[in-house]
Design a protein around this ligand. Structure first.
Ligand code: SIN
Length: 309
């Protein structure tokens, strides 16, 4: 049975990755199990300079999910290379760095700084974090800025560039189109959905930033719908990485049947760090039951079945 996938010239041992911001840099999970079983680790967002993130409270539970407004706390690219990279560089799986900047130059600078870090096989441009005032989402919500950013980063790196898109737009396929036309190697769908909770005891919003990003099982149908829409428009012309609400292998398969060539397990990691391994095993059992030898035949399958019915 072949679970490996080759996307943008890189072969991943399996299509189950972990989502940015839900697995740190892999260091904690590494202490409890062999993270090289995971198809790829997407790191917490890395920016040019260290960031403290937003004031607490910055996490609150919701029915079937959670809201976060961390604000991209991270040690900056130098801190990453100095303190984290030496501890991950021998792990036998791929790392993808989620890159954040306040300006185009900052994105380019972060990628340049990581260019010689061999373990980092690709970049995931974060243009969709809803919790920052400058940069990031300002690119992700404006097609012109988005296209210019993708072109600039593509022109300054040898590594594949993926773009993680925001669901907080009217038509995600338009943003996907801009990325494809600007040379993006892959699309990561979706980041968190903008939401808010009011704390009735305190009579004010729960989060210090008032609003934050909703993730977890509650957003699975939204993510699957957006993967479906983008696949319907572009087919396999650009690989889609599905993320949003994946807790079980069935959730992952919904993304894959909708058109994702790989998936990322996110919020589930917070309460079950073994979730990605369970998803991998579940997909293997599913393929065995169906008599499917090659994972790639599952990608976008619901579209083909849709035509037949
Ligand atoms: C955060 O750090 O605020 C979350 C990151 C993201 O939504 O991309």
């Amino acid at each position: 049975m072949n679970l490996s996938v080759t996307l943008f010239g890189i072969t991943f041992k399996n299509p189950v990755w972990v989502a940015s911001g839900t697995f740190g840099y892999g260091l904690e999970a590494m202490e409890i199990y062999d993270i090289s079983k995971i198809g790829a680790v997407v790191t917490k967002g890395v920016s040019l300079r260290p960031r403290e993130g937003n004031e607490p409270p910055r996490i609150v539970e919701t029915p079937c999910g959670m809201l976060n407004s961390i604000g991209l706390q991270n040690p900056g690219v130098e801190g990453f290379l100095r303190d984290i990279y030496p501890r991950i560089k021998d792990v036998d799986t791929h790392f993808i760095v989620n890159v954040f900047g306040e300006t185009e130059e900052e994105y380019v600078e972060v990628c340049r700084s990581l260019e010689d870090a061999e373990k980092v096989v690709a970049y995931e441009l974060n243009v969709s974090c809803p919790n920052v005032k400058r940069g990031g989402i300002a690119f992700g919500h404006d097609p012109v800025s988005l296209g210019s950013l993708v072109e600039k980063v593509k022109g300054s790196t040898r590594k594949p560039v993926l773009v993680k898109l925001s669901p907080n737009v009217t038509d995600i396929t338009e943003f996907a189109r801009v990325c494809v036309e600007s040379g993006a190697d892959g699309l990561v769908l979706i980041n968190t959905v903008l939401g808010m909770r009011i704390n009735l005891k305190k009579e004010r919003p729960d989060l210090s930033t008032k609003m934050g990003g909703l993730s977890g099982p509650a957003i699975l149908p939204i993510a699957v719908r957006m993967v479906w829409e983008v696949y319907e428009r572009f087919g396999r012309a650009v690989p889609i990485i599905g993320v949003g609400g994946i807790t079980t292998h069935e959730d992952a398969l919904e993304h894959i049947y909708a058109g994702a060539s790989a998936v990322q397990v996110g919020t589930a990691n917070f309460y079950d760090p073994y979730a990605p391994l369970k998803v991998i095993e579940g997909i293997k059992s599913f393929m065995k039951e169906k008599g499917v030898m090659d994972f790639s035949v599952l990608v976008g399958r619901a579209h083909r079945m849709d035509i037949k019915s």
